[in-house]
Design a protein around this ligand. Structure first.
Ligand SMILES: [Zn+2]
Length: 88
């Protein structure tokens, strides 16, 4: 009986956590300082922090030595995002 209550409580807590993770609560990007709601990217400079997708793209291009492509890559990302109705 007691175990069933604990199981129900744990299931409810897990479901709440999933709901919170999927909610589009704005996050603050520690790299550029802007708020974002798209799924985060993991920083290549510090694997323990999440950054906004745009900074994720910039870091990926920098790592590949292609930072000069950031402008047009960002424009393409924003256009595709807008075409999808603002959804990533
Ligand atoms: Zn950022």
């Amino acid at each position: 009986m007691k175990n069933q209550i604990i199981k129900k409580m744990m299931a409810a807590t897990a479901a709440d956590g999933v709901a919170r993770m999927s909610a589009k609560a704005p996050r603050l990007c520690p790299s550029c300082g802007s708020f974002y709601t798209d799924p985060p990217a993991v920083s290549r400079k510090n694997k323990n922090i999440d950054i906004c997708p745009e900074c994720g793209m910039r870091e990926a291009l920098e790592e590949a030595g292609m930072e000069h492509l950031f402008g047009e890559t960002l424009a393409a990302y924003r256009a595709a995002r807008a075409a999808a109705g603002g959804k990533p």
